[in-house]
Design a protein around this ligand. Sequence first.
Ligand code: COA
Ligand code: AMP
Length: 629
Amino acid sequence: MTDSGAYRRAYDAAATDPDAFWLDAARAVDWTVPPTRALDSSRPPFYRWFPDGELNTCVNALDRHVASGAGDRVALIHDSAMTGTRASYTYAELLDLVARFAGVLREHGVGTGDRVVIYLPMIPEAVIAMLACARLGAVHSVVFGGFAAKELAARLDDAAPVAVVTATGGLEPGRTVDYVEPVRTALALSTASPSAVIVKRRTEIPAEVPADWVDFDDALAAASPADPVAVAATDPLYVLYTSGTTGKPKGVVRDNGGHAVALTWSMRAIYDIGPGQVMWTASDVGWVVGHSYIVYGPLFAGATTVLYEGKPVGTPDAGAFWRVIADHDVRVLFTAPTALRAIRKVDPDAALLASYDTSGLDALFVAGERLDPDTFAWASRVLDRPVVDHWWQTETGWPICANLRGLEPMPIKAGSPTVPVPGFRVAVVDASGGPVPAGTEGSIVVELPLPPGTLTGLWNDETRYVESYLSAFDGYYLTGDSGLIDEDGYLTVLGRTDDVINVAGHRLSTGSIEAVVATHPAVAECAVIGVHDETKGQKPSAYVVLKAGADITEDQLRTDLIAAVRADIGAVASFKDVTVVAALPKTRSGKILRKTMRQMADGAEVVVPSTIEDASVLDALAEAFRGRV
Ligand code: COA
Ligand code: AMP
C-alpha cells in the first residue's frame, strides 16, 4: 500500500534519526542477537551498522521461510534458454541442498571468515554455493564467468581462498565456454593455494578435470548438512571485485547485518515484491545486481527468484524475455538498458510480445548504465508498464536513487533515476567540493555515513578504500559519476569521471585494457577510452603510438591486440577498436589527457587544458576520430 508523502517522511526519518529508522527496519530480519544500536560511528570514516547484532544470512534467506511454513513455496526457478531446460526448487529443497553443500565446504576446511572463490555460470549451483558460504559464516567471492584466467588469478591472489567452486563450463550462443583450463591456469599463476577445487560436471559440457578436484554432485550426495553459524552483523558476507581506475580490481566488502536489513527493506519499498511474488533479474550472479537481486533480496523477502541462463536475443529470438515473464508469471523484471536496445534492434515494434501473456508484469527496472530517453520511451510504449531507471554501484550494493514503487511511486522523468533512496544523502558538488546550483553538472557524492548494506571497505586495503572514495571531498563518499539534480530533486547521471567504462552493462577498467595493449612489442604508448556504442552503450577503443621502426601493419596489430585482450581479460571486454596515431595528447608533465580524448570521441565540447604540451596533437587526433565515425 502506498501513500502520498511516504517517501518524504521516510527520507527525512532516515536522515534525521538514522538509528531509529534502521533499527526499525532491522525488525524485519531474524537475529540470533538482535541489535540494540544501529550506527557505530566510533571510528570515522569507517562506519559500521548494528555493531552488537548477530545473525546468519542464509537463515534469513532460507531457514526462516521454511520454519514459518513456507517450505513448499518455490524459491528458485532455473530457466536455461541455452539447454531448453527448467527446474524449480522450493524453499525446503533449496535449504536441504545449501545445508549439505555447506557440509561439503566444511569437510574441505572452510570455516567462518574463510574465503571461497566461486567461478560458475548461471546454474543453480552458483546460488547454492553462495548461500552455503553464508551458512558457514564464510566469505564468498564470485568471479564473473566472462573473465579470463589472469583476471581470475588476480582475484585468487587477493582473496586467498580456502576453496574454489567451479563447473566444467558455461554456454554462450554458438559456443561452449571452458572453465576448467582458466581455473587451472589461474591457480598456476596465483599465489593462492586452496585446499579444494570443487567442480560441477555439467552433462552438456563433458570435460577432463584434474584428478584431485572434488566432484560437486558426488560430494553433495555424501555430505551431512551443516548448521548455520551466527556471525557478527559487521562480519563480511562477501567480497566482490570490481573495476577501478587502475588495472588492479577493488575487492568491495559487504557485511552480513547491514546487507540483510537494507536488501529486505528495498524489496518492499523499491521493488514492491513480497512473499510468493516472482522477481526476475536478468543479470549474472558475477555482478552486484546478481548478488543483490537474483540471490539475496528476493530470498530475504520470501519471494521467487528466476535464474536465467540465456540472452535477450538469439536464444532463440527477441521474444526470450517476454517468454520468461509469461512462463513464470514475473511481477518485476530487472535488466540493463543494453538488453532492451538489443531486443529493439531485432524486433523494433516488439511484435513477439503479442505471443506471450505478460499481464502479470508490474514494472520493469533497469540499471547498470544510463537509460537513454529513447530506449525509455520505446520500452514504456511496448510494455505499457512503468519503466523505472535506478542508479547504483557495486560499492553501494543497492540503489542510491530510485523510484520507490512500494513506498510511493513518483512521476517518472525520462533520463532520470528519480530521487535519493532514504539513507543516501546525495549531493552534486564542484571541483572544490562546494554545492552547485540545481541543474548544474558536477561530481555526485553521498554524505557520510552511507546507509546499511553499502561497502564497509576494500578487502585488505584500508588505504585504497580511503583514497578511492573518501578523500576527494571531506565527509563525502565519491561515487565516480557526474550528474545534476534538478529543481524537483531528481538526479540525472551523466557518466563516469574516471577511467571506468560500462560495456553492455559490464563494468570494466580502461586501465586494465591499456595494461594488456602496452605489452605488445610494437606499442610505444597507448590510451584506451570508452566511446559510444549504439547497443552496448560504450565500447573500449585503443589509440596506439607505435615504436619507432615497428614493422607491423595496422590490421595485424589490431588482430594481435584483440586476441591479447580476449586472452587476458576475457571476451566480455568486447575489445575490437584499435587506431594507430602519431602521438597522444599529454600534459607537460607527461600525463595522457584521456578526459580530453573522451570529450573528442563523444563529440562533446572539448576543454583544452592549459597544461597541454602540444595542442596540434589534438588536430591529428580529431582526424582519427572523424575516420572512425
Ligand atoms: N562467459 C563467457 N563469455 C561471456 C559471458 C560469460 N558469462 N558473457 C559474455 N560473454 C562473451 C560473449 O559470448 C561475447 O563473446 P563474443 O565476442 O565471442 O561474441 C563477449 O563476451 C561480449 O559479450 P556481450 O558484451 O555480453 O555481448 P553479446 O553480443 O554476447 O550480448 C547483450 C549483448 C546486450 C545481449 C548482452 O550483453 C546482455 O544481455 N547484456 C545485459 C548485461 C547485464 O545483465 N549486465 C549486468 C548489469 S544489470
Ligand atoms: P556497477 O558497479 O557495475 O554496478 O557499475 C556502476 C556504474 O554503472 C555507476 O557508477 C554508473 O556509472 C553506472 N550506472 C549504474 N546504474 C546506472 C543508471 N541507472 N544510470 C546511469 N549510470 C548507471
